[in-house]
Write a protein that binds this ligand. Sequence first.
Ligand code: HEC
Ligand code: HEC
Length: 319
Amino acid sequence: MKRALKLVGLILLIILALLIIGGLFINYQGIPTYDVQKIDHQVISTPESIERGKKLVSMLCANCHKDHQTGKLTGTRMPDAPAEFGVIYSQNITQDKKYGIGEWTDGEILYLLRTGIKKDGKYAPPYMAKLPTMADEDIDAIISYLKSGDEMVAADPTPDYPCEPSLLTKILCRVAFKPLPFPAAKIELPDTSDKVALGKYLAHNLDCFSCHSADFKTNDFLQPELSAGYFGGGNLPLNLEGQLMPTSNLTPDMETGIGTWTAEQFVKAVKNGFVEGQEALRYPMTPYVYLTDDEAKAIYLYLKSIPSIKNKVDRAVIG
Ligand code: HEC
Ligand code: HEC
């Protein structure tokens, strides 16, 4: 009996030692590296594409990459990244050659935005956005804006801080989070005369679904409709104080969703950040001032066409 116990103890000790060695190894190795596929891609900029890119970058990238003191995309500490992920800094993405992305080719930027693999092969964990379903034309617009010299992205030599991902992030990046595949075919823009199709494209590519479904962990970024609780709300992004902010149910359910809302109410909520008779919408639901009324209305029409989910979400902040 004693011998058997000793043996069990020894085995447990060996397992523990192996776990510690494995943990130290992963901690030392850091975020995994992947092969970078060379993408031969040259974006042709026009004044229209730069303007379109500015609008997309303002809605999709500035929230994280902007220094709110200078208004430039020189990166900042992200207070709303979950603390378990480590200390996270968004990076300088101005045209500065040393600290920014002045030396990145169009193909390298495209490859990162599609797959999550950076120029040096390192994988950018989920705290950096990816655009797997955006139309080629829109991604090109983003790239032309990043290279445009506009004041938000003009070269600025502000050094950026490297992220300090936690051991948990490093482990998850080996077992759970993986780069996305580079699209095999061109992704076309939706037909803008089909409002529901346009609304679906915007609801997916402006990331509305990722916050407004059940949980970041069960979102499907390649096929957003397959995300658990698609647009049924209840996901818990963080606010700037690190508290959990429940997201609203945007399905057409009559009691718990937006079934009784008019298009005007919806447009006002999304663009101006307030709903009649209620406290203003709070961070991270920032007003989408760049959306046209037509685009916000298209999102509304699409949301009215998806299956209802009955899920009452309380607006109270948690934590
Ligand atoms: C939710 C926050 C968030 C959003 C939204 C976001 N980023 Fe990032 N981005 C980050 C973080 C954090 C990093 C650093 C990742 C790392 O250390 O691997 C990063 C890294 C990058 C890098 C690599 C920079 C370098 O020097 O290594 C580029 C380029 C970039 N982002 C561009 C963009 C663009 C373009 C958009 C909009 C389409 C965008 N990001 C949206 C947080 C974000
Ligand atoms: C970063 C996460 C996030 C993203 C992205 C996001 N939302 Fe929200 N949204 C929220 C949160 C959180 C609330 C609740 C805010 C509150 O209670 O003050 C909210 C509230 C709303 C409301 C109010 C609903 C109600 O019942 O009061 C509407 C409408 C809305 N969002 C639409 C959108 C649309 C459309 C998009 C995309 C263009 C979008 N949201 C993107 C987090 C997000």
